[in-house]
Design a protein around this ligand. Sequence first.
Ligand code: TXA
Ligand code: MG
Length: 344
Amino acid sequence: MTKILKIDSTMPGRERIAEAADVIRHGGLVAFPTETVYGLGANALDAEAVQNIFTAKGRPSDNPLIVHIADVTDVVKLATDVSPKSRILMQKFWPGPLTIVLKKKQIVPDVVTAGLNTVAIRMPSHPVALALIKAAGVPIAAPSANLSGKPSPTTAKHVIDDLDGRVDVIIDGGDTDIGVESTVIDMASSIPTLLRPGRVTLEELEEVLGEVHVHAVVHGGKAGDTHIRSPGMKYKHYAPNAEVVLVEGGINACEKVKQLVDQYKANNKIVAVMSTTDRHYPCADISLSAGSDHLTVARNIFKQFRELDSRGVDVIIVEGVDEKGLGLAIMNRLRKAAGGKVVP
Ligand code: TXA
Ligand code: MG
């Protein structure tokens, strides 16, 4: 039985937080909101509890988890060789949507890091997440709270749809703000390497760090076996059941989108268009706009993918965005959802 706990996201009530924290301390699983997406948490220092996360999600065991903390001083309990530049990142972007990969200490169980010698750490800014970690008194390992392969959840309902009956508690703290997962930067490699783009942008990281490598997976490239630094990125992620076709070129995508709609409809497919402008496509069976600015689009993409799936569409044609700022994260998620079906 999964217990649903409604918690006010601006002023988390102490009793309900304590109840959820108790579940974490006793080796249970708690889904909770963060500012990016909902996470599925367990005590990061309890290997058995963490193993249950993989089981509940159906997640491959070679995909490591992010460890969430509520106090910067906890970093040194989990990681070593923390460079001055890593410290600046923490000062500037924590609490917030940045995950930092560091050399791990022995205390972190292998199941958390999938056997890597590094650990990914993040201090979230969501009041419920912070209160839960503090009350639990242990770091919380948490991937996104979706079934493996599904779009990340941005509402408690998404989590319930995927994980009801598979976890102990689901905290309902309302919609998440950012809508795409945190930025992941590898600070354990000789040159800082962006492994996953997010709300903390590449440009912001470069301002602090100078040179930043952008891993090939960020642009949808293939990670050769020996170069997989972010094992999670090799899986087809964020994918709705419907076939997704991404049309690059933003503003100029309109004609191409219409052409594709006609083509799929001629083959008796139910076709939806998700625009990233204010544009609507009456030619499609369903026409949704995810918004016309990057912040709004990021907040809506996973939600709209789930909505279109529930409406039973066969094909989702998506307008791309430009890759500046948060646009890099949006395009990264759209490319993954499209699984290679990208029209220039
Ligand atoms: O916003 C987020 O990051 C959300 C919330 C819940 O915090 N969490 C999340 O977790 O998105 P997950 O498991 O869905 O994604 C974690 C990513 C994966 O791509 C994984 O490969 C990478 O972080 N990662 C974790 N540990 C790593 C490590 N030691 N080295 C490289 N990449 C790592
Ligand atoms: Mg995930």
